[in-house]
Design a binder for this molecule. Structure first.
Ligand code: DON
Length: 352
């Protein structure tokens, strides 16, 4: 009896201590054995930030008039680990338009609704080797859609989202993105209006897809929903959290909500690896070795499976439409922290 009382007291004491420790690792998430520690990340990200801050290569996207006016000097970096350690530096409050990074999460939602096989069958996952808005890729590729991360494949993926009307489909998409970010996201109306007034090219792609029977709802309705999804605002911390949800097997490390089925995560990451930076994807895989996705708003998010995600915002783009500074920062951090998935060092094997 006495022994029982002692162990009961010990149990209570342990629970009390645990209650104070748990908030440190957020919502009962166990500390990740593989996530890099905050001090390491902080030092390397600061170095990268300082090193590339003065880089002025590239220029803002201007085919969407709103984006041409965004202050091209803005620069922010955020890292969120799978055990919810957050480190950020620079411009972390500005909500920029997510643009093509949205394609990743609409793909994830389509797979939640239809299953991965049906999405693969209807869209495919072949790199196009061409610009993100290429017409020739639609004409020449056997699938016509290419993959879910180029405009044609993304518009077709958006057309797969189920719903009784356009409003229901759009609110499901926005809600899904918000769950991936762990907080409510909203449309940037001025970006939406600016792109909606100038998106004849995407409408043309949707009609071509209709010709090949590779779009699965009304083409112009699908382009409109797609344009809205591209106009969702995120700051760099929210974007890093969206990436960390993928790194954490589909479970948001902040809210603990399983947003994406774990089984679908490898399909998403492999697609990002092959096509996330469009016709810059091969060079990116060669140099950095991480699945990533860019947007013409200036954001890039890179995912380090099991460990976390890094998001960078800087509006100046290269010719392929990828933020120049974001690429440099992620490349630097990935190299310093041994993140390249193709390097044996990423799993702790050291060699010369
Ligand atoms: O459809 C478009 O052209 C834009 N809403 C998105 C393109 C984009 O972000 C390509 N990214 N690098």
């Amino acid at each position: 009896m006495l022994i029982k009382n002692v162990s009961a007291k010990l149990l209570v004491a342990t629970l009390v201590v645990a209650a104070f420790i748990t908030p440190l690792t957020s919502l009962g998430q166990k500390a990740s054995p593989v996530a890099p520690n905050r001090a390491q990340v902080e030092a390397v990200v600061r170095e990268a930030y300082d090193k590339f801050q003065s880089n002025t290569s590239g220029k803002n996207a201007d085919y969407i008039p709103f984006l041409a006016q965004v202050d091209s000097k803005m620069f922010g970096v955020a890292v969120v680990s799978t055990d919810n350690q957050i480190f950020s530096i620079g411009e972390v409050k500005y909500a920029f338009s997510i643009q093509s990074i949205s394609k990743v999460y609409t793909l994830a939602l389509a797979m939640e609704e239809l299953g991965a096989d049906r999405v693969f069958d209807r869209i495919g996952s072949e790199p196009t080797g061409r610009a993100f808005n290429s017409v020739t890729a639609v004409v020449e590729m056997p699938t016509h859609t290419g993959n879910p991360l180029v405009n044609a494949g993304a518009i077709a993926t958006t057309s797969l989202i189920l719903g009784k009307d356009a409003n229901e489909k759009w609110s499901k998409i926005l809600d899904f993105y918000s769950r991936a970010a762990g907080e409510k996201l909203t449309l940037i109306d001025d970006v939406y209006k600016s792109e909606a007034a100038t998106n004849a090219g995407n409408k043309a792609l949707s009609m071509l897809l209709a010709k090949y029977e590779r779009i699965y709802a009304d083409p112009f309705e699908s382009v409109d929903i797609y344009t809205k999804q591209c106009s969702v605002g995120v700051n760099v911390i929210q974007l890093a959290r969206m990436g960390a949800t993928l790194a954490n097997n589909g479970k948001n490390p902040v809210t603990g909500v399983q947003v994406i089925k774990a089984a679908n995560v490898p399909y998403i990451l492999s697609t990002m690896m092959m096509a996330g930076l469009y016709d810059g994807s091969g060079g990116w895989a060669w140099k950095v070795g991480l699945p990533a996705k860019s947007g013409v708003g200036g954001g890039i998010v890179a995912v380090v499976p099991g460990k976390g995600a890094i998001a960078v915002f800087s509006p100046r783009l290269d010719d392929a439409g990828n933020s120049v500074k974001a690429q440099r920062v992620i490349e630097y951090v990935a190299e310093k922290l041994d993140f390249n998935l193709f390097s044996p060092r990423s799993v702790g094997l050291k060699g010369n």
